[in-house]
Design a protein around this ligand. Structure first.
Ligand SMILES: C[S@@+](CC[C@H](N)C(=O)[O-])C[C@H]1O[C@@H](n2cnc3c(N)ncnc32)[C@H](O)[C@@H]1O
Length: 285
């Protein structure tokens, strides 16, 4: 794969060298070792595109896990007025990033800390940038899903977050691929509705942003149609035999669901609560 050559070649070479220097290590051990997360900067035009795909604004707080010379948070601050935060293991890159932030006139809005990216809280981030191998992205995944607020964006250069969490956007750009995920709200469970159709309840199943479910109304169960979830915005249609299909456009807030303000042609005047609290619902993501 041409676009990964710059990243992959030094890693492959380091394996060859490591193998030569450690003749007693078994081949199996060498095979199992994950490739090291070496420093390879994202080209500036790709950084620009990543921030464009993530639709960064001045209200965002852009994190970069393994921030190198700081170009992702610095560009977010310089071009969009966002705040930025980078963590990096190499002290010389932290020094470089701080100098770059100063030179770009954004040192007041962007911080860099020498810290292990795997131990970094992302609770405050609204956008997280990643240019790491798939194994590292997958290792970060539970933290990204549990700590980031629904609707936060994860933007990654060239490496997805495993096979099962499909990106919401995958865009090829200059022989690279830019991936974007919206962090989905956790919606699995049984939701009891009031104010809408009499006795309505909805059972939702979830795998990342993919949702399916069943509505029970008037004692009859029907599968939900066109169910979708983006961040905290949920949508589905209930089409029972009798009457016209009912479109629900809601917003999730923890264990509550309410109609979205902008809903048009959708059922209004309802609210729903999750019967089983979120902590008791088995998370599939
Ligand atoms: C491929 S570079 C990406 C640099 C930058 N994000 C960019 O896109 O230009 C990965 C960076 O992660 C850093 N890194 C590797 N392991 C780390 C760890 N455990 N904690 C923090 N940074 C780490 C490396 O030093 C390197 O700078």
């Amino acid at each position: 794969m041409l676009r990964s050559v710059n990243f992959a070649l030094p890693v492959a070479l380091s394996f060859v060298i490591a193998a030569a220097l450690a003749p007693d290590a078994s081949a199996q051990t060498r095979m199992k070792r994950e490739p090291e997360l070496i420093y390879v900067p994202t080209p500036q035009n790709v950084v620009d595109k990543m921030l464009e795909v993530a639709k960064v604004t001045k209200d965002d707080y852009v994190f970069d896990l393994g921030s190198g010379d700081g170009r992702i948070p610095i560009t977010a601050a310089a071009r969009y007025g966002a705040r930025g935060f980078g963590v990096e293991i190499k002290p010389e890159l932290i020094a470089q990033a701080r100098a770059n932030a100063k030179a770009a006139g954004v040192a007041d809005r962007v911080q860099f800390r020498r810290q292990d990216l795997f131990k970094t809280s992302v609770r405050e981030a609204t956008v997280v940038g990643l240019y790491l191998f798939v194994w590292a992205n997958v290792k970060l995944r539970p933290r990204l899903i549990s700590e980031l607020r629904p609707g936060s964006r994860i933007v990654a250069h060239d490496f997805p977050i495993g096979d099962d969490w499909k990106p919401d956007i995958a865009e090829d750009f200059e022989n690279r691929t830019i991936y974007l995920w919206y962090v989905p709200a956790q919606v699995a469970g049984k939701w009891d509705f009031t104010g809408g159709p009499q006795g309505l309840s909805v059972q939702l199943r979830q795998q990342f942003q993919k949702i399916q479910g069943t509505a029970t109304v008037g004692g009859r169960s029907v599968p939900l149609q066109n169910a979708s979830l983006r961040g905290d915005a949920i949508e589905f249609t209930i089409a029972s035999d009798a009457g016209t299909p009912m479109l629900f456009q809601g917003r999730i807030n923890g264990d509550k669901m309410e109609p979205r303000a902008a809903a048009s042609g959708a059922v209004t005047g309802w609210s729903a609560v999750r019967a089983a609290p979120v902590s008791k619902v088995r998370r599939r993501s």
